[in-house]
Structure formats: C-alpha cells, structure tokens
Design a protein around this ligand. Structure first.
Ligand SMILES: NC(=O)C1=CN([C@@H]2O[C@H](COP(=O)(O)OP(=O)(O)OC[C@H]3O[C@@H](n4cnc5c(N)ncnc54)[C@H](OP(=O)(O)O)[C@@H]3O)[C@@H](O)[C@H]2O)C=CC1
Ligand SMILES: O=C1O[C@H](COP(=O)(O)O)[C@@H](O)[C@H](O)[C@H]1O
Length: 466
C-alpha cells in the first residue's frame, strides 16, 4: 500500500493564509524548495476567517512564489490550481467543508497537509475542533507553528489532543530555525572533522552565547507580538532549539527518533542558571530611535500595542546544561528587536590556555569559535604566534565563508512536511521541555521581580547590559 508520504500529490491547506507568515516566509520558502528538489506536486488551498476569493488568493500565491527560484510556468501552474475557502478554523463544520474543497481542488489521492499558520490560542481551538470531526481525511498531516501552546500545561494538553487526532509521525511542530543550514551545521561541525569535536564541551569551553539580534521592529504584528514578547516569540522556541543542537550528544544515526531523543535528553538537563530566574534573566523594550536611517517609534507607541502589557522586545536568559559535557558552563540566550546591528551567532568562548611556556606572552582576550548565519560562516578567533614579534601571541581569525544557502529555512521545513520526514521538526516532548525550562523566568517576570529596562531603537541594547 502507498503511504501518504509516497504519494505524488499534496494538498497544502494553509489556515491563516492572509497572514504575514504565509506571504513573507511560507510561499517564498515553498518556491525555493520546489525549485531545488524533486518534490510532490502541490495544490495550495488558502483559508482564513475573513472573506476572500480564489482570485485574491491566487494573487497572494503569485506574489509569494515570484522571484528567482521558480520559473514562470511553474508559478502559473501552482497559481492555476490554487483554491480558496473562507473558514473559521475553530469551527468543525467549516473545517469539514475546507477538506472537501481541498479534495476537489487537489484530487482524491492527494495527501492532505493542514498547516496552522495561526497564533497559538487559535491553533489550540482549531486543533480542538479538528478532534471533534469523525471522518478526518486519510493520511492527514498537521503542521503547527511556534509558539507551540502558551505554557507547559497547554503544550501538554495540545499534545494529548493531537495524539487523538493523528500519529506523532504525522505531526510537524514547526521551528524554522531547525531548517537553517547553520543550525544543522552545529552538529556537522563537531562530527565531520577531528578538530572541533575535541574542544566542544566544558573542559575547554568557558561560556556559550546564542544571540539573535534583529534590526526589524514590530512590523505591524502587534496582534501577535504584544503580550507574547521576545522570550516566548524567540527564546522559548528558536533559541532553545539552537541550544539543543549545539549541546546535544551526537546520535549514532541522523534519523528522527535518534535525533529527537538526543534533543530531549539535553533539554531535560537544561535549567535556569543557579535556579535563580531573577539573577539569570534580563528584559527590556525599545524606546523611539532610528534603525538603518529609519525612524522607529517607541514600542509602547506602535499601532495596536497595549503599553500596560509590559511586553519585552529584548530578552536574555542564562541557562545551565547539566550534562557531563557541559556542567558548569553558562549558556546565555539573547534575542531582541529594533537593535542597531543584526547579529545571529552561536559563540563558544574557550578557556584560557594552559601550559603556556614562560617567555611566551599570551594574547589578550579569549579564543572563540563562532558559527554565524548572516553571513553564513564559521569563524575561529585564535591566538597565534609568529605574526609580528616572536613569542608574542596575537589573535587572528580563520574564517570559512559558506556562501549563500541553496534553500531557505522555510523551504527546508516545507520539504520535510511535503515528503513526510519529521527529522527537522520538534517532537511533542521537546516542545513541553522548552516551556518547562523557562517557566521560572516567566513567573519571575509576571511577578515583576525583574525590571523592564529600556533601550533606544537602533542601539546595542540597554546601557550597562554589556
Ligand atoms: N510572521 C512571522 O515572521 C513568523 C510567524 N510565525 C508564527 O506563525 C503564526 C502566524 O503568524 P503571522 O502570520 O505573523 O500572524 P498574522 O496575525 O499576520 O496572521 C494570522 C492569520 O490567522 C488568521 N486567523 C485568525 N483567526 C482565525 C480564525 N478563527 N480562523 C481562521 N483564520 C484565522 C488571520 O486571518 P483573517 O484575520 O484574515 O481572518 C490571519 O490570516 C504565529 O504562530 C507565529 O508565531 C513563525 C515564524 C515567523
Ligand atoms: O519566528 C519568528 O522568527 C522571526 C525571525 O526569523 P528569521 O528567519 O526572519 O530570522 C522573527 O522576526 C519573528 O518575530 C518570530 O515570530
């Protein structure tokens, strides 16, 4: 019997098809994936609560897919097959009718994929409505965006409902950072050579910094972002997945179960540094300023923002990974918006060298291994001798520029979903662990035990944060 993953056609049903994610990331990602790989034929079925027509959806699809990756004929083929169905995703009858539209548009043999490009609250309600349907389409796959749930308890409940709807290997908890080539490279880097794996641990590494600083501000996303904030939007999902990829014990095989087991094992060992969420976390939000020559209003003045919610736009948390490899090494996770410089890196700062012969003057600072996304590079900042004066070490950088990526992060994620491969998606227990790790910080912030600092848009962050 043909399994759904082997079928040639996929009906990709997007709930939230009028949203920012669909047009800005999903459709361009899909175009890149289809251009680079031999993938199933896709019929795009768009849906959202607000009334739209198939023609309007086709315009969104055309615009989202256009660009260098796919040739015009392929774009027009996808546009011509695209279908629209207005539906309240939280209503079971609407969902049933939506599946019928997808079946008509893609044909009865197409494997149905329901992509929840919705906020976490609506997603939970929509999954509840889906669970109430008796005749779900055969082979249904579900793709759910982050944040998965709104706290540990709701993530657990959502997992329980999902388990009643489809099997775990049909659930794709999307974290597009897992589709970033430099995130998967963290594992490859340590294992594809005999050099880096040897220093990858607390014996040689003093601290690890995972930093995702963005220059973009709110970008009109108040409805989603306000009340969510940087900790739940970025740290709770993306940055913890990056931490897991950097800190896990490499599995013997790169198969979903082995990799997901390794991720869960390292997340289970992760907790707030010294179990002190007040000392181990900082938060701030931007005031008015300028980024790349553009005037940015204070966050509290952005359209749709409720200043009373005390939403942070910059979050920093230090965590401990209590494994044999990493015990005692702080992992600092930081992400924020409207900062002066875009920075996406995982930096391992090495301990000071031992056994330096008397007479050799060491270089200032520390050696570092830095894995960066933009530009995609691996940089080793290393003290070397011989540059100028003999026996006077200086720091030099060895850099491997990895060039442009072939397929972007969403393209990789969608490739997995379209082919039924869960390797780069988040398993249910990992999603729950991520909430568990940050629960003490969320509680301390909720109780106002950590001040909400300020930084001007376009700056490096609050004065004194370092
Ligand atoms: N945007 C981004 O950069 C990224 C977003 N994400 C995640 O993607 C998800 C969506 O984000 P984003 O696209 O930015 O959000 P938007 O607010 O831009 O879009 C939300 C979508 O949900 C639809 N919607 C809301 N309520 C219902 C309902 N009851 N039934 C059907 N549709 C409904 C809206 O449709 P309408 O109002 O037209 O009915 C709209 O299409 C979030 O979980 C976010 O975390 C992940 C990575 C990046
Ligand atoms: O999930 C999200 O990610 C983006 C950052 O991802 P990138 O691929 O554009 O770097 C972030 O801007 C957004 O707030 C968040 O929801």
């Amino acid at each position: 019997m043909t399994s759904p993953a082997d079928r040639d056609d996929v009906a990709l049903i997007i709930l939230g098809a009028t949203g920012d994610l669909t047009s800005r990331l999903l459709l361009p990602g899909l175009a890149g994936a289809l251009a680079a790989h031999d993938l199933p034929r896709v019929t795009l079925v768009g849906s959202s609560h607000s009334e739209h027509s198939t023609d309007e959806w086709r315009s969104i699809v055309r615009e989202g897919l256009a660009g260098a990756a796919l040739d015009e004929d392929e774009v027009e083929d996808l546009v011509a097959r695209a279908a629209w169905h207005t539906a309240d995703a939280t209503d079971a009858d609407d969902l049933r009718a939506l599946f019928e539209t997808a079946r008509e548009a893609a044909g009865p043999d197409a494997a149905p994929v329901l992509y929840f490009a919705l906020g976490p609250g609506i997603t939970r309600e929509a999954v509840g409505a889906l669970a109430g349907l008796e005749d779900l389409p055969d082979g249904l796959r579900l793709a759910l965006e982050k944040p998965f749930g709104e706290d540990e308890e709701s993530a657990r409940e959502l997992n329980a409902v999902l388990a009643d709807v489809v099997e775990e290997d049909r659930v794709f908890r999307v974290d597009h950072f897992l589709g970033e080539s430099m995130v998967t490279a963290l594992l490859g880097l340590r294992t594809a050579n005999r050099l880096l794996g040897r220093v990858w641990g607390g014996r040689d590494v003093e601290r690890v910094d995972v930093v995702v600083d963005e220059t973009i501000a709110l970008e009109g996303r108040a409805e989603f972002y306000d009340g969510t904030g940087a900790l739940k939007d970025m740290v709770q999902s993306h940055l913890l997945q990056v931490l897991a990829m950097a800190a896990l014990e490499p599995p013997e095989r790169l198969r979903p179960q082995e990799l997901h087991d390794a991720v869960v094992e390292v997340l289970r060992a992760t907790r707030v540094w010294q179990d002190d969420p007040v000392a181990a976390s900082r938060r701030a939000r931007y005031t008015a300023g300028e980024v790349d020559g553009e005037r940015i209003p204070a966050y509290a003045e952005e359209e749709g923002v409720d200043p009373g919610l005390r939403t942070e736009t910059l979050a920093e948390v230090t965590l401990a990974v209590d494994t044999e490899r990493w015990r005692g090494v702080p992992f600092r996770l930081r992400s924020g918006k409207a900062l002066g410089r875009k920075r996406w890196e995982v930096a391992l700062t090495l301990r000071a060298p031992e056994d330096v012969p008397e007479g050799l003057s060491p270089a200032e600072g520390r050696d570092r291994i830095v894995v960066g996304l933009d530009p995609r590079e691996v940089r080793i900042e290393l003290a070397v001798d011989g540059a100028d004066t003999p026996f006077d070490a200086e720091r030099r950088t060895l850099a491997a520029d990895l060039g442009e990526e072939q397929v972007d992060a969403y393209g990789e994620v969608l490739r997995g979903i379209l082919t039924g491969q869960t390797l780069l998606s988040v398993r249910g227990d990992a999603a729950e662990e991520c909430w568990r790790i940050l629960a003490p910080v969320l509680a301390a912030w909720e109780a106002e035990e950590v001040p909400l600092d300020e930084y001007p848009a376009g700056s490096a962050g609050p004065a004194g944060w370092g």
